[in-house]
Design a protein. Structure first.
Length: 568
């Protein structure tokens, strides 16, 4: 029997719609009193623990979500992804980021070809190159060791690698391997970002990695040209070959830019930008900073979740459970946002990365067949580490809008501190909040409790917490390169599960194109106005007015200025 065009037309979707009122009648206080229910809503894998008992869901809800997954052919869609089928139908591409961290002897095919050997050819090349740079056998133009790296890229070429780098900086083994080295990321075309990146660095000891699949991305290439000028002005144009390498598939443009094509590291069109951290996009700069063996542990962590996602039954499958619960929260309970709350400062860049992975993937209004969706898909992701968030936006999630929360905790700190005379150590203090906040959201505090505490009557409405606010908790044993890889893969696959159930294409991003196209028109106008004095034409009144004002205010900018190097 052929599947309906939209998942919302299926009986399991309708059953869940009818189930909503039943769930809303039961407060989380009551649900949490059911020990057997809570026990059934915990899953363990590889020493990590997922507890989703504080979701507004009953065992019956979970069964209905599994029925929805079957109606959406979730298992078949997962298999199709792993089999290299062109599930990104609008771009006619496979979706194989799992191949980026597959074992060397694995077989994962795209268009009939096993791509794993190609992946390992690049990984081996990165290992060899990064070891030469780190050991000092590859040196800069003046013979100095290259100890500092600037990775130039934007979007998926930046957010994922930055998350992993930030998480590894304080991991003891990784930080020891990075001693004396710096890794920076230049993404924003704003010249302030370039200025900050080169501040304090010496061109003689700096290696620049330019990350652009096509070598045509406007922001990335302007930043690359800026750093090329910085190096050339200090060391001469010939120095570029020693101080700049590329992650790209466009070798002619790489060579035209001045980079030796032999120093270009490939990736493939079956890797989406936001899923590319495990490709040369992330592996090259991270290997230069930490050494390839550390990065290989990160890849093995992601691989462990890839295998778990592919083979574990749905009731024990962490990405599947997370994805189905997100569908429940968004499309049935009507919660439009999700807070990602890691209780580890090392994960401070995790939420910004997942913002892109999730919202660029599932921010869609039509099905994969192009049919407008009659239901909400995608959610607004945001977050902040632990107690920082508590002193920022937790007021909203406790007493304002209902926003499902992901609490991510770590059993052992990367940097433990024990102070004599303190009631608990610093990590215990942090984790006290990790354990308390989900219960505060679930149980709340009633007017009756406040009365018993003799709270003045006029303050009771202000101090009442309604509770019944859903969350889930993911507890990792430690934050190593391996577990960082696991965390990345869990969220990548969670996003895929949501898209598979909603029936959308989570692997294209046409929504980023229109603004870029319009920016091209503005760029042409700015050039014509500055160089030829042409008036602003062809825009609406508002844009014309603002562009004219901008040009008037910056009329002292030379039309053909000398090269101005960024400086602080």
């Amino acid at each position: 029997m052929a599947s309906p065009a939209l998942i919302s037309e299926t009986q399991p979707w309708k059953d869940l719609k009818g189930h909503v009122e039943e769930v809303k009648r039961t407060h989380l206080r009551e649900l949490m009193s059911d020990t057997e229910r809570c026990r059934s809503m915990t899953v363990e894998f590889d020493d990590m623990l997922l507890d989703y008992s504080r979701q507004r869901a009953t065992p019956d809800t979970i069964d209905k979500l599994f029925a929805l997954a079957e109606a959406a052919s979730l298992k078949q869609k997962i298999d199709r992804m792993y089999n290299g089928e062109h599930i990104n139908s609008t771009e006619n591409r496979s979706v194989l980021h799992v191949a980026l961290r597959a074992p060397r002897d694995a077989v994962i095919c795209s268009d009939g070809k096993n791509v794993v050997p190609d992946v390992w050819n690049v990984l081996d090349k990165i290992k060899e190159f990064s070891e030469r740079v780190r050991s000092g056998s590859w040196v800069g133009a003046t013979g100095k060791v290259l100890k500092d790296v600037i990775s130039v890229g934007i979007g998926g070429s930046f957010l994922g690698p930055l998350f992993v780098h930030t998480a590894l900086q304080t991991e003891p083994e990784a930080s020891e391997h990075a001693r004396g080295r710096q890794l920076r990321f230049l993404a924003n075309v704003d010249p302030i970002d370039a200025a900050r990146n080169i501040s304090g660095l010496d061109p003689e000891t700096t290696l620049v990695v330019v990350v652009s699949k096509t070598f045509t991305t406007a922001e990335t290439m302007l930043n690359a040209r800026t750093l090329r000028e910085w190096i050339s002005a200090a060391l001469g144009p010939s120095a570029v070959a020693k101080h700049m390498v590329a992650v790209s598939t466009n070798l002619p443009l790489v060579e035209k830019f001045g980079i030796d094509p032999n120093n270009a590291f490939a990736f493939w069109d079956w890797v989406g930008g936001r899923y590319s951290v495990c490709s040369a996009v992330g592996v090259l700069p991270l290997s230069l900073q930490y050494g390839f063996p550390i990065v290989e542990k990160f890849l093995k962590g992601a691989q462990s979740i890839d295998q778990h996602f592919y083979s574990a039954p749905f009731d024990k499958n962490i990405p599947v459970l997370l994805g189905l619960l997100s569908v429940w929260n968004v499309s049935f309970l009507g919660y439009p946002a999700r807070a990602i709350l890691p209780y580890s400062q090392a994960l401070e860049k995790f939420a910004p990365h997942i913002q892109q992975v999730s919202m660029e993937s599932n921010g869609k209004g039509v099905s994969i067949e192009g049919v407008p969706l009659p239901f909400e898909a995608g959610e607004i992701d945001f977050g902040e580490p632990g107690t920082n968030g508590q002193h920022s936006f937790y007021q909203l999630i406790h007493q304002g809008r209902v926003i499902p929360c992901d609490f991510i905790g770590v059993m052992k700190s990367q940097q433990p501190v024990y102070l004599k005379g303190e009631v608990v150590n610093n990590h215990d203090e942090l984790m006290s909040n990790f354990f308390a906040q989900p219960d505060a959201l679930a149980y709340g505090k009633t007017p009756e409790q406040l009365q018993r505490e003799n709270v003045p009557p006029h303050l009771i409405p202000h101090k009442t917490f309604t509770g019944d606010r859903p969350s889930l908790s993911l507890l990792l044993p430690s934050l190593t390169a391996y577990s960082i890889g696991q965390l990345l893969a869990i969220y990548e696959h969670r996003v895929a599960v949501q898209g598979f159930v909603w029936g959308i294409n989570s692997f294209d991003q046409w929504g980023v194109e229109l603004g870029k196209s319009l920016a091209t028109q503005v760029r042409k106008q700015l050039n014509a106005s500055r160089v030829k004095g042409e008036p602003v034409e062809g825009f609406n009144y508002s844009t014309t007015t603002m562009l004219t004002r901008y040009l008037e205010a910056t009329s002292d900018v030379p039309s053909d200025p000398p090269t101005l190097l960024p400086r602080i």
